[in-house]
Ligand binder design. Sequence first.
Ligand code: AMP
Ligand code: ZN
Length: 468
Amino acid sequence: MKIYNTLTKQKEEFVPLNPPNVGIYVCGPTVYDYFHIGNARSFIMADIIQRYLRYKGYKVKFVMNLTDVDDKIIKKANEEGVDAKVIAERFSKAFFEDIEKLKIKKADIYPKATEHIGEIEDLIKKLEKKGIAYKVNGDVFYDVRKFKEYGKLSGKKIDELESGARVEINEKKHNPLDFALWKNAKPGEPHWSSPWGEGRPGWHIECSAMSMKHLGETFDIHAGGHDLIFPHHENEIAQSEGANDKPFVKYWIHFGFLNIKNEKMSKSLGNFFTAREFLQKYSAEVIRLLFSQTHYASPLNFSDEILNSAQKGLEKITNFVQEISFRENIDEGSYPDIDLQKYYTRFEEAMDDDFNTPKAVAVIFDLIKDVNKIMNGGEKHSGKFYSDVKKFLDKTAGNVLGIIKNVNITKNDSSKEIDSLLNLIVEIRQEAKNKKAYDLADLIREKLSKLGYFIQDTKTGTTIKKKL
Ligand code: AMP
Ligand code: ZN
């Protein structure tokens, strides 16, 4: 299996540090508002990656942090006249509700910055002791000049960055690129007592402290949106490697932006809609299919056109799953000449190649096309064949990509009259079978199927159910 590593700028063979264990850390949300579908792209692609690693048999420990102390949270709290905690709790709750609706599998741990102040302090102390961090009036800064490899992830050079016009000048800093590890408390802000006085942690140190606490000083995969390469992830490396003198992360994965009219979807540009709004109109599977049809690292331009196309694609998959779920209950023919293993191999080859989900989706559609051809061939086939096809879809499109809707075929609570009519039809069909009028019995079943009902002959009698 190969993964494109932002650190080495090449596709590398994936060799976990301690197989079959794999540790993954993904930068999660800052909980100050509902997240938008741009954020959702990063969360969903991370979800697909962890699901695929589990499919491959790895024992994954998946950690996603919640940034619950931050300027944006404080700003919102001040606007509403409430405690920052109230805002963070409200939007953490909303985050969990929304990811569940997006069919994102729960991470093993969701560490919160405010619950790791001790670890953050220890890390800053370590940096201070090594002379990499310095204190100025209650603030503590990281001295980027002290970390020789600064810039190795983003490919940026300190000198070039410094001469760049956009670096903010701060009198307190030795160097304009130095960044805050600890921020002196301002009135009205959440604060903790520390060796440097009352204050709160900087954003970058939170992720270094929390990832290392839960995954160790060196771990396998660290991921996040493309915007986090610099400065956030660059700074995480500087902090963690500066403190421990050992590699921090083996593979760095970055998700491309979700754009609208070629501009990054973001709160500040106002060109966004929340995952919550989206889910009121469309299903999780639609957005998951839409995202899966583009490679995780490429930019993706959101438009009505691709949304419509994903809807059509999903309809095709859903109808197909319904059809084969229906047919797996009718066991009355031969196993067709098709090698399903071939589709598993192609699916895995695609996913093994740096999680190439567009290719993996193409394999799913190829299978649907090929099985449809078999179904339309006029012959009857064994239920085993259909259940094998269903198993393939459950394992790949369902468990890995998350694009199979629940199509439970269960009896709904139709009215008594409908029940009586259905029973009448079952009786008539039984009568036809008793008289060996099998064509008529089949015709009744086919017509009912078109109406959304399916009849199943079992040893104990015939049942009729509505397809959902
Ligand atoms: P935030 O809550 O802004 O810190 O973002 C949470 C995650 O979403 C981070 O990994 C960001 O890189 C990612 N993200 C933000 N905007 C986009 C976007 N338009 N497309 C893809 N990922 C994004
Ligand atoms: Zn982070």
